[in-house]
Design a binder for this molecule. Structure first.
Ligand SMILES: Cc1cc2nc3c(=O)[nH]c(=O)nc-3n(C[C@H](O)[C@H](O)[C@H](O)COP(=O)(O)OP(=O)(O)OC[C@H]3O[C@@H](n4cnc5c(N)ncnc54)[C@H](O)[C@@H]3O)c2cc1C
Length: 305
């Protein structure tokens, strides 16, 4: 593997390499760049924030789209002298107290690494879902529950959790809630509970979302149509953490998200983890706060304050 000349070699390591240009990685870079440290940011386009059409819960911005937030953030990062490299990080290893980061056919060395590469969506296989994702088909109550306020809502879930979610949605956002139990039948006790709460129940298999520009409903495999204006549906995430595979990182009880301690440091000293990769709640503003905290912690170690 080629060793690059100048910054980022074994003899002249970078202060920090940041992986991922979501809100977490960008905020870390803003802080690190303003310390005049030698920093490289690696990123590939995409990321969950790119799907967010209307972020309304970010302090100081009444409403901003995810792409707009990221574009402004990237320009801000570059203005503070951080080198931005559009390349996927393939591997991170630790050797003799330094990190070796492999990207675009080269190896870069650094004293610290911030992993902020987030996660990617696994969407339900319903026909036309991409047409409505982020505008009327949502997968995150924290992000988008508010946008269902007063609307005709269909909650779709493959587990009993959907029932709890339906009750919560009714308490917080809208009186008009239907729960679609996707591919399973609810026990009588739960059916009675939903009835008491005034939540309609449908059991069946959704196949297609209906509507050209505005969502009109869902067609089930048996031909029934359930009208709705908005959906809170199931979806999963896969972490963008393949490049960390060789490291013995402490994970949560499910062996999924990465556990961190003070300021987001992982069980590998000097490797900080932010955002969706890390155990805990994930939101754009939380990632940004975590990015700032990790960068400040790294600065105190570099200058030994
Ligand atoms: C539809 C939708 C709506 C949302 N709405 C809101 C909202 O209203 N408010 C809110 O606070 N949050 C919202 N979120 C959640 C928010 O986007 C996430 O919590 C946030 O993105 C987490 O940020 P992050 O920095 O961890 O990662 P991300 O935003 O996912 O960014 C990670 C970046 O790393 C890059 N990357 C991945 N792998 C590599 C690699 N190997 N090498 C280099 N780069 C890599 C990705 O391409 C991406 O650019 C929403 C999410 C979705 C999907």
């Amino acid at each position: 593997m080629e060793q690059i000349n100048g910054e980022g070699t074994e003899n002249s390591p970078l202060d920090c390499i940041v992986i991922g240009a979501g809100p977490g990685g960008l905020q870390a870079c803003i802080h690190l760049g303003r310390y005049n440290f030698r920093v490289k940011l690696f990123h590939t386009p995409g990321g969950r924030t790119g799907y967010a059409k209307h972020i309304e819960n970010y302090l100081g911005l009444r409403v901003v789209s995810g792409p707009e937030l990221l574009q402004t953030g990237l320009a801000q990062v570059e203005s503070f002298g951080v080198a931005v490299v559009r390349a996927k990080v393939e591997r991170v290893e630790v050797r003799q107290g330094l990190f070796e980061v492999q990207a675009a056919g080269k190896i870069y060395h650094s004293r610290f690494v911030i992993a902020a590469s987030g996660a990617r969506e696994t969407l339900a296989p319903f026909k036309n879902l991409p047409r409505f994702f982020g505008t009327s088909y949502y997968t995150c109550m924290i992000c988008d529950g508010y946008r269902t306020t007063g609307k005709k809502l269909l909650v779709i879930d493959r587990t009993i959790n959907g029932m709890r979610l339906s009750v919560g949605m009714k308490q917080m956002f809208t009186r008009d809630v239907t729960f679609l139990a996707h591919g399973f039948s609810l026990a009588p006790v739960y059916k009675a509970l939903l009835e008491d709460e005034g939540i309609a129940l449908v059991e069946g298999r959704p196949e297609e979302l209906l509507g050209e520009t505005a969502l009109e409903g869902v067609r089930l495999s048996d031909g029934r149509v359930i009208p709705c204006e908005v959906i809170l549906g199931w979806g999963g995430i896969t972490l963008n953490d393949e490049y960390l595979e060789g490291l013995d990182l402490e994970r949560d009880a499910e062996g999924f998200k990465i556990m961190t301690r003070g300021a987001g440091e992982s069980s590998i000293p000097g490797l900080f983890v932010l955002g969706a990769l890390r155990h805990g709640h994930s939101q754009a503003i939380i990632s940004a706060g975590q990015g700032a905290e990790a960068a400040i912690e790294i600065s105190t170690r570099i200058v030994e304050l």
